[in-house]
Write a protein that binds this ligand. Structure first.
Ligand SMILES: Nc1ncnc2c1ncn2[C@@H]1O[C@H](COP(=O)(O)OP(=O)(O)OP(=O)(O)O)[C@@H](O)[C@H]1O
Length: 242
């Protein structure tokens, strides 16, 4: 399994205001899999995701991408462009929905015709085509999250990071996400997802890492987890922490 890892972290320590919020000896992200990071509130999930996605480069320890050590002092723009992040609270820019979805391709200097076709294609898949000319600031929470998902996917990222994307959504939007998300992700993509939603984990997860107080408690494939997570033994410590 180890040769399938796309990201590996070693001896990561993250300290904020004298409080150690991450202390991880080893953690891997498996290539072309749905990697879930689970754990209770404050266990360090978002902090770890920020490090993996290069949003946070201020930590002790080493991060490897395809076996190559990442230089924390560098901008790493080329690598960042292979990554996309979907946040819990979607951040949209002033302008219409088309502009918001197209932006990453404009920054990569794609030709307008290609941008137009790609925006059309992704907005059809995510069912937001009728919103393309609407101002992003007038959208509902669910619509905003759909736009941010479209914007994250339009670049066909090598790794897609998702931080509790459905936490603030209503039941209908959560169901849309859960039933469509796997189809939106291509076989070439690797997904790293922070989630509290057991349905999502059951539906999507290939590999799960459980964090507890900033440390990795367990890392396993979903099949080895299933009984504790979803079976009768729901009172087990693992189930309590998800
Ligand atoms: N900049 C910071 N300064 C001080 N403490 C911080 C900072 N960022 C995070 N923390 C603390 O680090 C711990 C881990 O936070 P993090 O957001 O990574 O947890 P989480 O598992 O994502 O939590 P949740 O499920 O509630 O979103 C928390 O106790 C949090 O208060």
């Amino acid at each position: 399994m180890q040769e399938d890892k796309i990201i590996e972290v070693k001896n990561i320590k993250k300290i904020c205001r004298e409080k150690k919020i991450l202390d991880i000896d080893n953690f891997v992200v498996l290539k072309n899999k749905f990697n879930f990071i689970v754990g209770g509130n404050g266990s360090g999930k978002t902090s770890l995701l920020n490090i993996l996605s290069l949003v946070d480069q201020d930590y002790k320890g080493q991060l490897y991408y395809k076996g190559k050590k990442i230089d924390k002092t560098a901008e790493n723009l080329e690598l960042r462009r292979k990554f996309s992040v979907i946040w819990q609270d979607p951040y949209l820019y002033r302008g219409d929905v088309f502009y918001n979805i197209a932006l990453p391709l404009k920054l990569r200097n794609y030709k307008s015709k290609i941008i137009e076709n790609k925006v059309k294609e992704i907005s059809e898949k995510i069912e937001i085509k009728k919103l393309l000319n609407q101002s992003a600031f007038t959208l509902s929470g669910g619509e905003k999250q759909k736009v941010s998902i479209a914007r994250a996917l339009i670049t066909e990222p090598e790794i897609l990071f998702v931080d509790e994307a459905t936490t603030n959504l209503d039941e209908e939007s959560i169901q849309f996400f859960n039933s469509h998300f796997a189809d939106l992700v291509t076989d070439e993509m690797t997904v790293v997802m922070v989630s509290h939603d057991r349905r999502q984990i059951k539906l999507l997860a290939d590999y799960i890492t459980l964090l507890h107080k900033g440390k990795v408690k367990i890392s396993r494939e979903i099949n080895e987890f299933k009984f504790q997570l979803f079976g009768e033994g729901i009172e087990t410590p693992i189930a309590e922490l998800v």
